[in-house]
Design a protein around this ligand. Structure first.
Ligand code: FE2
Length: 258
C-alpha cells in the first residue's frame, strides 16, 4: 500500500497487460508499468512453475468467495497463495508438490466456511468461547480437504497454517520442524499480507514496519529458514504490498468517460 495511485507522469493508466481500468481491482506500478492484481498474481504463478488449469480456476473462484465473506482487501487468498508458491519454489522442485502448496494456501481458511459472522468479522478481541470456535477452523478445513486423495499435502498445510514455530500456535501446538515446511513458509506470507492490507479490525501498515515485525519474530512465531526465504523474495512481496485500489478523482473521471 505504499505506491501512489498515479504513475510517473501523474496520469491514471490501464493495466499494461490486460488493459483493465476498474475500481474493483487493485493496481501497482512496477517500474513504469501499471499492473492489475489479476495479471500480477498470474505472472507470479507462472514464475512458480504453474500455468493455467481449469480446475485451478474453479478453486481460485471458490477462494475469492471465501475472501468476499471475510471482507478481505482484494484477492487475499490468491495473493498469499502465489507468494507462498514463490517462496516454496526455493525449496520444492516437483511441480506436483508446488501445486499442492498453491492449493493448500488458496484454501487455507476454507474451514471458516461454517463460522458465524459474529466471530469471523468481530472487530475486537474474541471471548474464550469465540476463540474455541476460531481454533476449530484448521481441523475443519483439513476434514474437507482430506477427502481428496490428490491433495494430502495441501490438507496438511491447511491443518498446520495457524501453528507457530515456538509451539504457541494451534490446533496442535506443533513446534519447529514438526510443522510442515510449506505451512512455515505460508505463515510468513500470510502475516505480511495481514499487516500490509486493510482488515475489518485494523488499517494497513507500511511494508517496512511489517518486515521489521517478521524479523523480530524469527525464531519465535516464524521459522528462521522461512524468514531467510522471505528476504530472498522481498522485492516480490514489497510489490504485492504496494497494490491498492484506485481512489483518486482523476481515476473516477476516467471511469465516467468509459
Ligand atoms: Fe486461518
Amino acid at each position: 500500500m505504499n505506491s501512489p495511485s498515479n504513475g510517473p507522469a501523474g496520469l491514471v493508466a490501464a493495466c499494461a497487460a490486460c488493459g483493465s481500468v476498474s475500481r474493483d481491482r487493485q493496481y501497482v506500478w512496477i517500474l513504469d508499468r501499471r499492473t492489475c492484481e489479476h495479471c500480477l498474481l498470474s505472472s507470479r504463478k507462472r514464475l512458480g512453475g504453474l500455468d493455467g488449469d481449469p480446475h485451478e480456476m474453479f478453486v481460485e473462484s471458490l477462494a475469492e468467495a471465501l475472501d468476499l465473506r471475510e471482507r478481505s482487501a482484494g484477492l487475499h487468498s490468491k495473493r498469499v497463495a502465489t507468494h507462498t508458491l514463490l517462496l516454496a519454489a526455493n525449496h520444492y522442485k516437483d511441480p506436483k508438490d508446488l501445486r499442492e502448496v498453491y492449493w493448500g494456501s488458496l484454501l487455507h481458511d476454507i474451514g471458516k466456511i461454517g463460522m458465524p459472522d459474529a466471530v469471523l468479522l468481530k472487530p475486537g478481541l474474541l471471548t474464550v468461547e469465540e476463540w474455541e470456535i476460531m481454533r476449530k477452523h484448521p481441523r475443519d478445513g483439513h476434514l474437507i480437504l482430506q477427502q481428496l486423495p490428490f491433495l494430502s499435502m495441501a490438507a496438511e498445510l491447511v491443518l498446520c497454517h495457524e501453528e507457530r514455530f515456538d509451539g504457541s500456535g494451534y490446533p496442535a501446538g506443533l513446534k519447529g520442524e514438526e510443522i510442515p515446511l510449506a505451512a512455515r513458509l505460508f505463515a510468513v506470507v500470510d502475516a505480511i499480507d495481514a499487516m500490509t492490507f486493510d482488515r475489518p479490525y485494523h488499517k494497513a501498515r507500511p511494508f517496512d514496519t511489517a518486515k521489521a515485525e517478521i524479523l523480530r519474530m524469527a525464531g519465535s512465531q516464524f521459522d528462521p529458514e522461512a524468514v531467510d526465504t522471505f528476504l530472498k523474495e522481498e522485492r516480490a512481496l514489497r510489490e504485492m504490498a504496494a497494490m491498492e485500489f484506485p481512489g483518486n478523482s482523476a481515476f473516477v473521471g476516467q471511469l465516467a468517460s468509459l
